[in-house]
Design a protein around this ligand. Structure first.
Ligand code: COA
Ligand code: AMP
Length: 645
């Protein structure tokens, strides 16, 4: 089929408001918007101003009212426990109503914030929807984050309620959540009034009712059968806050609205992902990330799909065939995950032998996002699965794909390494550092012309100015993605690297700046630098370089492991901060800037040039020696030392 992409994209370009007005008809509004877009509202304008709706209503109630209550909404498949459980739309609605009632009884209402710190269990998702039902704003915190990170989110969101679980399950260990939650609340300056705890049989937490700690199942079980209406919220009201790594240690609270988000997601499901109502869509991610918010929870429900909630890993739970088992068991039509998962599977099962044990004939497409999809992994997935493998590019900030090859509109030819073309709503320019467009094929800053489309963030939580400064001020008239890339002469986008200190480790977005902040707190550390270095499975892993204070005589191995432990306990195990090197000096320019880019090239064994402005070339030699000693890069010496001073 000839792709309709060009017609659809130009229909958006010619009349964006008519395009989004038509897309908004997929949503049930309690009150129609006064305007599709109001350029004078908010920081750069707001979508569907004056409209009133409810996201939970659109996800659940309207499907039940339309007679589709018996359709499956969710299949929970835990590769950790072996449990499998399905929920129809009617059953989810009943659970969500019960949770919403409990929340209301606890005094949580419209506009209040609720932090959800949960593993991949259905109660986590039902709680998100219950917040949406009563107009409360949820903020889901990924289970792999430490108490300190949770505390930062409690403070910034000023949450009234926390919903958590007694434990998460990681391969080989039970992660006790309650002690982390207790510590976070101790650290937080703004304390929640109540904590609702889902007790999992693998570890029962001690609850202190006098401290507002309540058993989720008791309260929700008693509330089953009670009715609670959906609160009419403004299209522009926040549905959730999702904190993501910024360039400082303080996470950015990305705000998502109700109306625009629903419109964008509802458009994306048939057009980008090519799925029909009633079909099974599986996104193997976590609700702690934006991918989980959009494509495990909200988009599949808006479109009347069945969504798989998966608890487990691509490998080791129990083997590299788990993904194929889930696809076969649940007749998954479209599957979405991060490239790192495929690299992990390929490492364990290079010939894809485990695939042969499962019937994968129902699968129509694999979507990959969250990090750059390297061409080797893409080709491997294509050869083994024999379905289109669609790389698409987006960010927590955008909430849905910026660039993709839209399955529902007919696929365009693929170019490995490119997420194809911009989706309607996104006009992307490649700019040099002074903000001027560069010729096709030239690397530059990927910037999106304002206004951002519906679904993208209107601002940061309680921080309009930080949003302006971070995202809108670098290139006036644009949102800066902080990704560097190329648009080729055919209009294909290639996303190559971040322009800030964010690294992508196993599809998880992490700030090396915040890791440096933690390393610097160690009493023996005088100076430090953390860079992302290439890793064959995780894409990138953090690598810390420490310079010790002069008088330190303790064993360096011990100091390295203490620093690694500090990052693990203050940021979280997900930071995967395990590679630490002690060096006598950090390589810097004469003006004092640490040469992180050059260090990264050395670590990755890439050609590098001695920077002309280096203060002490010996410092780079020491970094190289430390890397070689640990088995990293370091191989290629300077291709040009003409800049030596
Ligand atoms: N709660 C507590 N700890 C968690 C956690 C959670 N929800 N998620 C991860 N962790 C811990 C892990 O147990 C691990 O701890 P360890 O250092 O003691 O082993 C650490 O954080 C790193 O975890 P992870 O990134 O999952 O690495 P891994 O080595 O266990 O597995 C992959 C590697 C590639 C299999 C895994 O990262 C993966 O499945 N990635 C896909 C990522 C993804 O879907 N991202 C979403 C964006 S689309
Ligand atoms: P997150 O906000 O966690 O979704 O991370 C967003 C970042 O991940 C982007 O800014 C990119 O750096 C990277 N990213 C996501 N998808 C892709 C992709 N398809 N290709 C390249 N990089 C990607």
């Amino acid at each position: 089929m000839q792709s309709q992409y060009f017609d659809v994209y130009s229909s958006w370009e010619n009349n964006p408001e008519a395009f989004w007005k038509s897309a908004s008809e997929a949503i049930d509004w309690f009150k129609e918007p006064d305007a599709v877009f109001d350029a004078n509202a908010g920081v750069y304008g707001r979508w569907f101003v004056g409209g009133e709706t409810n996201t939970c209503y659109n996800c659940l109630d309207r499907h039940v009212a339309a007679g589709n209550g018996d359709r499956l909404a969710f299949i929970h498949d835990s590769a950790m426990t072996g449990a499998q459980r399905s929920f129809t739309y009617s059953e989810v609605l009943a659970e969500v109503k019960a949770i919403a009632t409990v929340m209301r009884d606890l005094g949580v209402g419209y506009g209040d914030r609720v932090v959800i710190y949960m593993p991949m269990v259905p109660e986590a998702i039902f709680s998100m929807l219950a917040c949406a039902r009563i107009g409360a704003v949820h903020s889901v915190v990924f289970g792999g984050f430490a108490a300190q990170e949770l505390a930062a989110r409690l403070n910034d969101s000023q949450a009234k309620l926390v919903i958590s679980a007694s434990c998460g399950l990681e391969p080989g260990r039970v992660v006790a959540y309650k002690p982390l939650l207790d510590k976070a609340i101790d650290l937080a300056t703004v304390k929640p009034e109540h904590c609702l705890i889902v007790q999992r049989p693998e570890l029962i937490a001690q609850l202190r009712p006098e401290k507002g700690e309540l058993d989720f199942a008791d309260l929700v079980g008693n509330a089953l059968g009670r009715d609670i209406e959906c609160v009419a919220v403004k299209a522009t009201d926040p549905l959730y806050i999702l904190y993501t790594s910024g360039t400082t240690g303080k996470p950015k609270g990305v705000v998502r609205d109700n109306g625009g988000y629903m419109v964008a997601l509802a458009w994306s499901i048939p057009n980008i992902f090519g799925i029909k109502p009633g079909e099974v869509f599986w996104t193997a991610s976590d609700i702690g990330w934006v991918v989980g918010h959009s494509y495990i929870v909200y988009a599949p429900l808006l479109a009347g799909n069945t969504s798989v909630i998966f608890e487990g890993k691509p490998v080791g739970t129990p083997d590299a065939g788990t993904f194929w088992r889930v696809i076969a068991d649940h007749d998954v039509k479209v599957f979405f995950t991060a490239p790192t998962a495929f690299r992990a599977i390929r490492r364990e099962d290079p010939d894809g032998e485990l695939m042969a044990h499962y019937d994968l004939k129902g699968l129509r497409a694999l979507f990959l996002a969250g990090e750059r999809a390297d061409p080797e992994t893409l080709k491997w997935a294509e050869q083994k699965l024999k379905v289109p493998v669609i790389d698409h590019w987006w960010q927590t900030e955008t909430g849905w794909p910026i660039a993709a090859n839209p399955m529902g509109l007919g696929l365009m030819p693929f170019k490995h390494g490119s997420p194809t073309r911009p989706m309607p709503g996104y006009a992307i320019d490649v700019l040099d550092d002074s903000g001027l467009p560069v010729p096709a094929g030239t690397l530059g800053n990927l910037a999106i012309r304002l206004p951002l489309p519906p679904g993208c963030l209107p601002t940061f939580w309680s921080a309009d100015e930080r949003f302006r400064e971070t995202c809108l001020s670098t290139f006036p008239g644009y949102y800066t993605t902080a990704d560097a890339g190329v648009i080729d002469e055919d209009g294909y986008v290639f996303v190559m690297a971040r322009t800030d200190d964010i690294i992508n480790c196993a599809g998880h977005r992490l700030s090396t700046g915040s890791m440096e902040e933690v390393c610097a707190k160690h009493p023996d550390v005088a100076e430090c630098a953390v860079i992302g270095i290439s890793d064959t499975v995780k894409g990138q892993i953090p690598c810390g370089f420490l310079v010790l204070k002069h008088n330190v005589s303790r064993e360096t191995e011990k100091i390295s492991s203490e620093v690694a432990e500090m990052v693990r306990s203050q940021i979280g195990p997900v930071a995967a901060f395990k590679t630490v090197m002690i060096v006598p000096k950090l390589p810097k320019t004469r003006s004092g800037k640490i040469l992180r880019g050059t260090m990264q090239k050395i670590a990755d064994g890439m050609p590098w040039t001695m920077p002309a402005t280096i203060e002490d070339p010996g410092a780079l030699d020491a970094v190289t020696a430390a890397l070689i000693a640990k088995g990293y890069g370091g191989g290629m010496r300077a291709v040009s030392r003409t800049g030596d001073t």
